[in-house]
Design a protein around this ligand. Structure first.
Ligand code: SF4
Length: 346
């Protein structure tokens, strides 16, 4: 039975529309991805449960925003809404206290540090680094991830010196998208320079590419993949534009076949890199089809996986496991730091 026949027999996907030529192209590369186990990540900063994969329910990996809900860039696709569900920590001492409380009360394993940016797409973390140093000194097991935005060599070194474990940034491969969507007067080269600066440190680097960032159209994704291919990053996180954060009527939802094509291009451009499908992507049947393409294209991880992914993994013979952490942070293994981590505080 072909992959298409098998996956459309899965109950959660029986009404799904797949591109037969794209599924056939993925099946043709099946032998190259068969032995890649896939990780289903279910971090706790969002309620989650599915018939196949259970949520954690404990606050073991929250996200903090050092600007609360504020952002000066106000990109068309986000309008700072991505900050709203994050825990506000606008002063270093507030971050310190909230993290220590969560460690004591909920056995916190790690957290994501983020925030809104200035007009040059930079986030002012300097005041928070002494707190990070103190938390890492007092709780060596703590894993700290950070959204870097644009930075330079000195900025990257400062993050590393503070003890940040994983650094994440968006890589944009189109000048038009930077200018129109981000309202930002900086070239694609500045995004590449940030990646170069980050990969010159010992931090784990997880760049993100937003598929369909140009108002739902594909523009610059392959150039962004080529940029990532030039630097030794731990992983690449792919997310898909979600119009409901955007100004009404300005974005269309990317076609699932377009998203699937970018997954295949990513796997071909980065054959040995960890490819992860991050939290942000359209919901419903779009998510089920997108996640099925992610499994068939050979991605290595999916955050908050849709119904049907276990069935697709079993149908094409890929093994899988679950972890309650940010998809860019590996928990349950030995990170070469000698610190053994549990998958959930429960
Ligand atoms: S994507 Fe980042 S920089 Fe853009 S509006 Fe959202 S929080 Fe601000």
């Amino acid at each position: 039975m072909s992959w298409l026949d098998q996956i459309t027999a899965i109950e959660a996907l029986e009404d799904a529309a797949f591109d037969p030529a794209l599924v056939a192209a993925m099946e043709a590369r099946g032998s190259l991805i068969k032995d890649r186990a896939i990780r289903f990540s279910t971090p706790t900063f969002k309620e989650y449960d599915s018939a196949e994969v259970k949520g954690c329910g404990k606050n073991s990996f929250p996200a903090f925003s050092i600007t609360g809900g504020a952002c000066a860039l106000d990109c068309d696709h986000c309008q700072a809404k991505i900050l709203e569900p994050m825990i506000s920590a606008i002063k270093p001492e507030i971050l310190d206290q909230k993290v220590r409380d969560l460690i004591m009360l909920q056995d916190l394993q790690g957290f994501l540090l983020s925030g809104g940016s200035n007009r040059r797409n930079e986030i002012r973390y300097e005041r928070f680094y002494p707190v990070i140093e103190g938390l890492k000194r007092d709780f060596p097991h703590l894993k700290i991830a950070i959204h870097t935005a644009l930075t330079d060599e000195a900025g990257a070194k400062r993050m590393e010196a503070a003890g940040v474990d994983t650094a994440m940034m968006d890589v944009i491969g189109s000048e038009d998208t930077i200018r129109d969507v981000y309202h930002l007067d900086r070239p694609v080269e500045d995004f590449e320079a940030t990646l170069a600066a980050l990969t010159s440190t010992s931090m784990d680097i997880s760049p993100h590419i937003v598929v369909g960032l140009h108002y739902g159209e594909l523009r610059g994704e392959q150039r962004a993949l080529d940029i990532v291919s030039r630097y030794p990053t731990k992983a690449l996180v792919l997310v898909v534009i979600m119009p409901f954060y955007a100004k009404p009527g300005t974005f269309k939802t990317p076609a699932t076949a377009d998203v699937g094509k970018i997954f295949l291009q990513a796997r071909e451009t980065l054959p040995d890199r960890q490819l992860l499908l991050g939290c942000a992507r359209p919901a419903g049947m779009h998510k089920r089809v997108t996640d099925a393409y992610a499994v068939m294209a050979g991605l290595d991880g999916i955050a908050f996986p849709a119904e049907g992914v276990v069935g697709v993994s079993q149908a094409i013979g890929r093994s899988y496991h679950q972890e309650h952490a940010c998809c860019s942070i590996k928990i349950g293994g030995d990170l070469g730091t000698g610190v053994k981590l549990r998958s959930c505080a429960a």
